[in-house]
Design a protein around this ligand. Structure first.
Ligand code: SAM
Length: 268
């Protein structure tokens, strides 16, 4: 199979794996499904006959043309030639029902795509997404483990994350150098229980808190220009101590810290 490595093109050739991924979406007969990076259509072909409306977003012009031809007889399938990061996913909703998202993601922009899904979390019910195993481990990591970091907290703020299964390189053509893991994300209301949070400011605070993983939270926040008094007061309000490491904090504690710090959006 011809492929463009720059576009993260490792095509799924393991049919039973493609079926497991499609099945993980559940019953979508009456739903709108958005497929990110359909490629040659390994997952698309399984979903087309069992999806209310299937919108496939593919950046590669020749693949988009190939898919348009292949699914020309399927009125429920739309092929959109675009960079998924520029697509307003919320605008794809045609009624009150939320979107379902699926994709064997291009690995070079996995984190960006996950954050894009988070920005549109209110329009999405579920996402079944495959990515490099190491990235999936970071997304799914719980507090206190080595992989827990900015990506874990950012995604878990918008989604309940479950790890489904892992595939070896031989499931793809050409085989990538890494194993791949499929995650199930159940999106939830972004403000539920955590208060109003500005995405960009929250991300800046997380980056500051995790800046040097071996340093304490207090020292990392000092390096981001907060004073000792500001940090002390915010930690008391959040019910934590500044000598913890960021990796020990739960999502709820990060949200409390965010609300207690003076203008966290001021971190550059
Ligand atoms: N779904 C197919 C499969 O499982 O065989 C292909 C998966 S391949 C890992 C990733 C796909 O995403 C490729 O078809 C690639 O062209 C496409 N892609 C890369 N960057 C993209 C972007 N920014 N927006 C949409 N699609 C993209």
């Amino acid at each position: 199979m011809k492929h463009k490595p720059k576009l993260g093109q490792n095509f799924l050739i393991d049919e039973s794996a493609a079926r497991r991924i499609a099945d993980a979406l559940g019953d979508v007969h009456n739903e709108t499904v958005v497929e990110i990076g359909p490629g040659h259509g390994a997952i698309t072909a399984l979903l087309a006959p069992r999806t209310g409306r299937l919108i496939c977003i593919e950046l590669d012009r020749s693949l988009a043309a190939e898919l348009r031809f292949r699914f020309r007889g399927a009125p429920n399938v739309e092929i959109v030639e675009a960079d998924v990061l520029t697509v307003n996913l919320s605008a794809l909703r045609q009624n009150a029902a939320k979107l379902h998202v699926i994709g064997n993601l291009p690995y070079y922009i996995t984190s960006d795509i996950l954050l894009h899904l988070c920005r549109h979390a209110n329009a999405i019910d579920t996402a079944v997404v495959m990515m490099q195993r190491e990235v999936a481990d970071r997304v799914a990591a719980a507090p206190g483990v080595r992989d827990y970091g900015v990506l874990s907290v950012s995604v878990q703020r918008h989604a309940d994350v479950n790890t489904l299964f892992t595939l070896p390189p031989s499931a793809f053509s050409p085989p990538p150098e890494v194993f791949s893991t499929v995650l199930h994300l159940r999106m939830r209301d972004r403000s539920a229980g955590l208060g109003e949070i500005d995405d960009a400011a929250f991300t800046r605070m997380l980056r500051a808190a995790f800046a040097q993983k071996r340093k304490t939270l207090g020292n990392n926040l000092r390096a981001a220009s907060f004073s000792i008094d500001q940090i002390g007061a915010a930690c008391v309000a959040a019910g934590i101590t500044p000598n913890l490491r960021a990796e020990a904090l739960t999502l709820e504690q990060f949200a409390a810290l965010y609300h207690a710090l003076p203008s966290p959006g001021g971190i550059s």
